[in-house]
Design a protein around this ligand. Structure first.
Ligand SMILES: Nc1ncnc2c1ncn2[C@@H]1O[C@H](COP(=O)(O)OP(=O)(O)OP(=O)(O)O)[C@@H](O)[C@H]1O
Length: 839
């Protein structure tokens, strides 16, 4: 393998390095012997046509010289071209020289031309930054758990708040804990990394997953953490310390070099989620802004540019272009903060190499130029050789952050925090479902980020998460929250499987199986729906029904695909016939087929719209007798046109008049309601006035009663004082009786009894009148309490009653006049004016 001579590198100046370098050179420059050897077969002839086309395109476009992999220190060179987030100072006025070019629009490139294998990988591609000697074993990431690592950024402050002396463990120093009463919790992860070296970080957290992607597993690596904690440094790095992305790309080519048995087709895409909109970073910014990327079904992105890459150099170009278009801004914490979530995706397709290690395709070929396929060329299964497809996603999340002093940053922060919170709750639910064997609703649809990650998070991919933290004491809260997120994601269960397309029949079988699985999933969901829906919020129910709809449409898609394939299969028989383009398409992976299908559907939709409008136009044409002469035809047309005009006038008039009755009706209804409303308001006001009058009366009566009581009390006291003067000379009391006092006549039962009787009858009268008045009164008086209260006279000691009754006296010496029999006391006259209190 190592002894195989490296091919010439002449063609490396153009983006699509053909597998065999000579095929990409101008055919006119080739000696005829070489020409016939390379382009001799039918297949080669067909490929030659395409090659010339791509050659033409590639030579016309002048490519810029490539800078290093974009990274933090190389920033300045990117500043000019990078679109600024609103509010960020313009750092340079230099226009971007290559902003609108995409030299890698590969929709017409023959995939066979863009294949990479161990022979075509440039030696320079894989030097340096990766430990080629240490190759992860085949079981990498196989335990179906997320690989979770922590990276602690170096700090400028003298003391770090976190203790990480025990390997793979991190805990807060007690003095930094909120409460000293409890010991801070200890967190355990797969790795706890420190320092500024990116190489060990790549080896520990990313390498296994990059290799898994090359081996056919979908893999996701993402960095999560507070703003300025080192996510971009970890993923992109800088020239001295290239991060995970550049190292991963080197590793990809290194992997290809050490795998002589397979050949590869690599496609890149780069996108960002900014304020809940997905932008294609590889499309010219104007197009990307006008046509944001949509997520359809399970993670299918349209329209998304995918560019074929055949060397590290071309990957760098793609990365650099995407980086330029990414939104960054200066924040209170980070001079160059990523304001969006960025996702770099590498689609890896591979198949076994042909007989004798030759990469020459020997299977079906598509006659004529290939139609443009969405997302670029696809690798085909050839001669029973299966195609593996996988996607490696490298994600730099925007930093979670607190409020900022800048308004625009605050707006972005809101979106950033929302999607990170959703990511947190999705992970939380997944972890909970995994640990408790539940099937709770996962809110993927609450943010673009989680929708994008849905296929991976729902178990389709191997995932590695690197959580970055700032160890300073003033960032303890954010770091703790990052660690808690990391702890939750550790519990998520994965079940990634290789994506391999064997051949047509196997594919149909696979579709059938998938349909069955989907149908049983759907049936399960439907059965659970009544119970589950009771627990779900309205929003979750909408999500749920959308998810069911997705399942349904996927079933329909697959069913249609099977039908198509069977139809195609029926026409098989004639071996001499070249395979039809649909046959070639049919050999694609489900992912590719989905994209193809979607594009075709869109095309179909627009075509059927066109058909409809044409049909309408046709129908609206006036009918002519088949034998009509030209003048007759013209006359008829003119007549019809006149009728149409008249009808239009009638319709317009009708439309204008249509408003009238409606307006009148509306006014009637409004008037009726206004009257009703006024009436109601009036009634209400009257009731309120009546109620307040009642309250007023009640208050007054209460006041009068209090006054009366006070007066009665005064009288009683005066009387008692007066009577007490006679105590010594009372009946049987001796000789000192005043001359004017005459002894009372004895009465039956005694004076006390007579007095008591009178008191009782007066009290009874008083009570019955009060009850009567109170019942007539709209104000309700608590009669029970009134009755329960003893009157002042009741409270008077019984011995005093006898004095009052038995002793008649003149009150000249006393200024009080109230006890004169037969005359009305002032109190009585005052009270008699009170309606509710008769005496
Ligand atoms: N491990 C590290 N070693 C040396 N420097 C680092 C390290 N981590 C981060 N830095 C430096 O800290 C600064 C902020 O880092 P970076 O831009 O990577 O943060 P971030 O988490 O991506 O922030 P944001 O979310 O705002 O984009 C950069 O100047 C970076 O070079």
């Amino acid at each position: 393998m190592a002894s195989t001579p490296a091919p010439s590198r002449i063609s490396r100046s153009i983006p699509f390095t053909p597998k065999r370098p000579l095929s990409s050179a101008s055919s006119s420059e080739l000696p005829s012997a070489i020409k016939s050897s390379v382009l001799g077969s039918t297949a080669k002839k067909f490929k030659a046509a395409l090659s010339s086309e791509s050659r033409l395109r590639n030579t016309v476009i002048s490519k810029p010289s490539l800078a290093a992999v974009p990274a933090t220190p190389a920033r300045k060179s990117f500043e000019a071209a990078r679109p600024r987030t609103p509010g960020t100072p313009n750092r340079s006025q230099t226009p971007n020289p290559i902003i609108n070019t995409s030299d890698m629009d590969v929709s017409r490139i023959d995939p066979e031309e863009a294949l990479v294998d161990f022979q075509t990988v440039e030696a320079g591609d894989v030097s340096g930054d990766i430990d080629e000697g240490v190759i992860p074993g085949p079981n990498y990431g196989k335990d179906d758990k997320v690989l979770v690592s922590i990276r602690i950024r170096p700090t400028t402050s003298a003391h770090t708040a976190w203790d990480h002396n025990v390997p793979r463990t991190i805990k807060l120093f007690p003095q930094h804990a909120k409460s000293t009463a409890t010991t801070p919790p200890e967190f355990h992860f797969d790795e706890v990394l420190t320092g500024s070296e990116n190489r060990p970080v790549y080896n520990a957290v990313a390498r296994s997953h990059v290799c898994a992607a090359m081996d056919g597993y979908n893999s996701v690596i993402f960095a999560y953490g507070q703003t300025a904690s080192g996510k971009t440094f970890t993923l992109s790095g800088n020239e001295e310390q290239p991060g995970i992305i550049p190292r991963a790309m080197k590793d990809v080519f290194a992997y290809i070099r050490r795998t002589p048995t397979r050949e590869y087709l690599l496609r890149c895409s780069y996108l960002e989620i900014y304020n809940e909109t997905i932008y294609d970073l590889l499309a010219p910014p104007s197009i990307s802004a006008a046509q944001p990327v949509q997520i359809q079904g399970m993670g299918i992105l349209v329209p998304l540019r995918e560019e074929v890459v055949t060397s590290l150099k071309s990957v760098k170009e793609v990365l650099e272009r995407g980086e330029r278009n990414r939104r960054t801004a200066s924040t209170d914490w980070n001079e160059r903060s990523s304001r969006s979530h960025s996702v770099f995706r590498l689609v890896v397709e591979s198949r076994e190499r042909g007989e004798g290690g030759s990469a020459t395709p020997s299977g079906r070929q598509t006659p004529g130029a290939r139609p443009p396929t969405p997302g670029g060329p696809r690798l085909q299964t050839i001669g029973g050789r299966s195609v593996q497809t996988s996607v490696l996603s490298l994600i730099d999340l925007a930093g979670s952050e607190k409020a900022t002093s800048d308004k625009e940053r605050t707006r972005e922060g809101k979106y950033i925090n929302t999607s990170l919170l959703t990511l947190g709750s999705v992970i939380g639910t997944l972890a909970e479902n995994a640990s408790k064997n539940k099937n709770d609703h996962v809110p993927y649809r609450n943010s673009k980020l989680t929708r994008l990650l849905q296929p991976s998070l729902s178990g389709d991919a191997r995932i590695s998460v690197i959580c970055t933290i700032n160890p300073d004491a003033n960032a303890v809260a954010e770091s703790t929250s990052t660690l808690l997120f990391a702890q939750r994601i550790k519990r998520v269960q994965l079940n990634a499987k290789k994506k391999e397309i064997v051949d047509t029949d196997a594919l149909i079988e696979r579709y059938r199986k998938e349909i069955e699985d989907l149908k049983s999933k759907l049936a399960e969901r439907e059965a659970e729906a009544p119970v589950r829906n009771r627990r779900l919020s309205a929003r979750e129910q909408i999500d749920e029904s959308k998810a069911m709809k997705d399942l349904n449409s996927r079933i329909q898609q697959l069913t249609k695909l099977i039908l198509t394939s069977q139809t195609v299969d029926e026409s098989k028989g004639d071996e001499s016939r070249p395979a039809s383009p649909s046959k070639v398409d049919f050999d694609m992976s489900p992912y590719q087929l989905q994209q193809e299908l979607l594009a075709t559907r869109l095309q179909l939709e627009s075509q059927s719209n066109q058909i409809l409008s044409l049909e309408t136009a046709l129908l609206s044409r006036p009918e002519l007798p088949p034998d009509a002469s030209e003048t007759e035809k013209d006359k008829l047309i003119a007549e019809q046109a006149k009728t149409i005009r008249e009808l239009e006038i009638v319709v317009r008039g009708y439309e204008d008049n249509l408003g009238e009755p409606l307006r009148a009706d509306r006014e009637d209804v409004e008037k009726e309601w206004v009257d009703k409303l006024e009436e109601e308001v009036k009634k209400r006001e009257e009731k309120e006035a009546w109620a307040s009058e009642l309250v007023r009366q009640l208050e007054k009566e209460k006041k009068d009663q209090t006054q009366l009581r006070t007066k009665l009390e005064d009288e009683r006291r005066a009387l008692a004082t007066f009577v007490s003067k006679f105590d010594p000379v009372g009946p049987g009391g001796g000789s000192a009786l005043p001359s004017k006092l005459k002894p009372a006549k004895p009465t039956p039962g005694g004076a006390s009894a007579a007095f008591a009787e009178r008191q009782q009858s007066r009290a009874a009268n008083l009570a019955s009148t009060i009850i009567e008045d109170a019942e007539n009164s709209p104000a309700r008086v608590d009669l029970s309490s009134m009755k329960a209260q003893p009157s002042l006279l009741d409270q008077m000691p019984e011995e005093e009653w006898s004095i009052m009754d038995d002793v008649s006296f003149e009150m000249e010496s006393v200024k009080h006049k109230s006890v004169v029999k037969g005359s009305e006391s002032p109190d009585k006259s005052a009270l008699s004016s009170k309606k509710n209190i008769p005496l």
